[in-house]
Design a protein around this ligand. Sequence first.
Ligand code: HDE
Length: 728
Amino acid sequence: MTPQNKAAAGRRASATKASDGSNAKQQQLEGFTVEHPTTLTTNQGLQIPDNHNSLKAGVRGPTLLEDFILREKITHFDHERIPERAVHARGSAAHGYFQVYKSMSQFTCADFLQDPDQKTPVFVRFSTVAGSRGSADTVRDVRGFAVKFYTREGNYDLVGNNIPVFFIQDAMKFPDLIHAVKPEPHHEMPQAASAHDTFWDFASLMPESTHMLMWAMSDRAIPRSLRMMEGFGVHTFRFVNSRGESHFVKFHWKPRLGIHGLAWDEAQKIAGKDADFHRRDLWEAIENGDFPEWELGVQMIPQDKEHSLGFDLLDPTKLIPEEMVPVQKIGKLVLNRNPDNFFAETEQVAFHPGHVVPGIDFSNDPLLQGRLFSYTDTQISRLGGANFHELPINKGVCPFHNFQRDGMHRQTIARGQVAYEPNTLGSGTEFRVDGGQHGFQSFPEEIDPPKVRRRSLSFDDHFTQARLFFNSQSAAEKEHIIAAFRFELSKLEVPAIRQRMVDNLAHVDEKLARRVAEPLGIGEPDAKAAAGRAGFRDHRIELPIDESPALSMADTGDGSIRTRKIAILVADGVDSASLKPIRDALEQAGAQCKVVGPRLGTVASASKRQIEVDMTFANTPSVMFDAVLVPAGGESAAALAGIGDAVHFVLEAYKHCKAICTVGGGVQLLSTLGIAADSDAPAGVIVAATPVTNLGDATGATQIAHDFIAAIAKHRHWDRVNIDAVPA
Ligand code: HDE
């Protein structure tokens, strides 16, 4: 067995031992998994004698058509690819479990929300939306957050995003939205980017997209890690209890590690340096036993309070501010096992908002209603037929049976004469299903309206919540939003689209619009012009709040530095005695330290000890790390100052507002780079100029480590001034 196979077998063994229900899916998947073979056979089981040579008419002659072994192998290869998802093509996934904190029976009869001792297996797939399957992870985009709960009552899919609102209000506009954001059809550019004319042409003509655009231009759209983002069900759903009483419900996933973003410059560089950045981060965290966790939160509104919010809870461009309806945390999600096979699991998993269980129902949100059609339809095209529910990753862990039959790739072998209902021939007695009281019951909402192809007037406020979002951001977050709008709009070739967009933004915030417009070579934002355009709606709703602190990413998380990546920059002459206690403290706090040096192998410390180097300046840039430590050692610091890549490393980390700690001789490196290395050191820069000898003692090092850890825990020091002047 290879080491990977051994590790996977170990994981499976421990997973299958659990007795709390969390293992139900894993046990089922076991029946489908295979290990690497020791002999090769054809698909019919015939042993293959030679896997290198085809059957020929003489050693130099043509290949014979008779060679069924070659034909089988090549034919299978020719058909290895399936269509990628129309949206959300690029994704990464993991297994885990969900556990409710206390019974939710007062609100919902959903079985998996009743018993705190029960763990429901889940498979969670994160994704970007616009890019192709092989596109980069760190592009500016919405992230999909799709959770499949394998419950005892059937699969429940909560197919959400990391942004709580959407661009459009009605499913009718979805194909237009996606055609606008995808690469332009004549030349298929740009890949995985919204910074192009067709997207902003559409967005600027659809003012209902303004609220979501504010989110998409914020750092939410460039997450530091999939483990550090929120998830949202977006639409309003319904909880229904065993008495048939309904509450409207909004779903939230709150990450334990907080909500953190990358710097935009960093995100773009990572896209080239490690296109799999988020996928790798998720995989490695799970392999290291740092299992990502979220809490499930719900906002509930009783059925009879449907119209109490001032805005329409059916409108998917609106959120319910947490200050108006608090989020109740009702359970936790833990991801603890990587998939065994990317294609079989992550690629073939098929989500659908219509996969619900008794106790969870839909609202009339017209976007959600359209989705209820789309997802089964797309799986049939993507997975090649109507039996995709029989694929191992999609199969429910509870029994399922009906009289649907046949179709491509049918797995189930249904016994007997009968494939219809009602019948008397099947079970021996009369079998008939109609009007039953069991199973899924749709909430009997009373509806008696005329048929109309129109939108409700209650959807007609496009700006109030966009403004609320902007007002709720920290100063740094506001600057990032302005910079993102500027970046995106500056990429457009048609100035009229830029102008139209800033005219719309003037209805969110005058100053925001003016700041965005400044470097774009266009006129002043013109709110009146926007108001005169087709599709403009500003029937303002009054909100009881002007700001919602919950909409900001600032100061979120548990304050730990677990899984954070720290680069330790070394060259010959580094002071190993002062390095060790700081490194130990970082690792004890859960951070991962990597030594980056001029070459692989070792460097020699000042006291002639050999220090292992994990990575080189040439193969690993600063954007792979959260923080940088330049240890003591005058000779080492002088050597680093002479290595262009090392200098760039520090400057770039500084520009990206990361925590930097320099000790003893390392401090000189900062001064050389023009960064204040005295008592005026910028936020997040820890300067310990203490003589090297003192640093060997535990107290000095503990203090430095303590300050450094506190700086890393803040994630980034976005208020660092003058970073635009930093040449990196
Ligand atoms: Fe989706 N969406 N969507 N969507 N969506 C798909 O289904 C669609 C929408 C979301 O990891 C597709 O299996 C329509 C909102 C996620 O496999 C497709 C409309 C939200 C994923 C589809 C929407 C989402 C998808 C493509 C408007 C957030 C990835 C492949 C009416 C609440 C799931 C597939 C995964 C995937 C259609 C709007 C989330 C084509 C028609 C709003 C996370 O069926």
